[in-house]
Ligand binder design. Structure first.
Ligand code: AKG
Ligand code: FE2
Length: 234
């Protein structure tokens, strides 16, 4: 088995795989500045207040490629990054979108969630998270992942941020990539300093474009396109 096959094998066993020092520092510094420049001029909040208070998610998303700003091809078109993706998702996988995320210092992070409903194990998104700055004790915003939860069905009902037995907490460094299955339970801890993360989401061939429209939280299912709670979970 070559190293790319080993990475994909680990992904399918655990629901995620973390690769440190994958992208070089100068590229990450450049991208981090470009992202900060965007939020500097456009710090508006894009979710409704009901969503923020109920979901315990405080993130401002930005989709640069949808705005004709393809500034991040050094990740998007990176050969090994995409080879690993092909090994995980097989032939004819597709880019879903590139999403930048910004959380203000003092914000809650993101509650436990699955990026899309887990009922059909063949319908899922692949998160390809790339960190353009270090996440550490000073920044907060650690990512918490429940290993093997991509095969665990639906996220249990409970408090949005409460610890789950078996969870693992990670502090990704600048240049780290996390390939994370969209059904695998994950959350982001409270943010102490302004936090950026980036997600080059991909999907297997034939996945509906709106696969991530409905997100599963411990207290609800939320539909972004209509800004509605479609299920209360109690
Ligand atoms: O920002 C992170 O570290 C994780 C974000 C996340 O949950 C996602 O992009 O699906
Ligand atoms: Fe997520």
């Amino acid at each position: 088995m070559n190293y790319i096959e080993k990475i994909a094998e680990k992904f399918w066993k655990e629901g995620y795989v973390i690769l440190e020092n994958f992208f070089d520092e100068t590229l990450m510094d450049d991208y981090n500045s470009k992202i900060l420049a965007h939020y500097g001029v456009n710090p508006s909040w894009e979710h409704t207040n009901e969503f923020i208070s109920k979901s315990a998610v405080e993130v401002i998303p930005w989709f640069p490629y949808r705005e004709g700003k393809p500034y991040f091809d050094g990740i998007d078109k990176h050969e090994v990054f995409n080879k690993i993706t092909s090994e995980i998702l097989h032939d004819n996988w597709e880019n879903l979108y590139c999403m930048m995320m910004f959380s203000k210092a003092g914000s809650k992070g993101q509650a436990w969630h699955q990026d899309c409903p887990p009922e059909n194990s063949k319908k899922y998104n692949l998160n390809r998270l790339v960190y353009t700055h270090d996440i550490n004790d000073e920044t907060g915003g650690e990512i918490v992942i429940m290993p093997k939860a991509h095969k665990a069905g639906v996220l249990p009902v409970g408090k949005p941020h409460e610890d789950i037995k078996g969870q693992l907490v990670y502090k990704p460094k600048k240049g780290t990539v996390i390939f994370l299955h969209g059904h695998c339970f994950h959350r982001v801890m409270p943010v102490k300093r302004d936090r950026i993360s980036t997600n080059f989401r991909a999907v297997p061939n034939g996945t509906p474009e709106d696969i991530t429209d409905i997100c599963v939280y411990r207290n609800m299912r939320y539909k972004f396109s209509t800004e509605e709670v479609i299920e209360e979970r109690i």
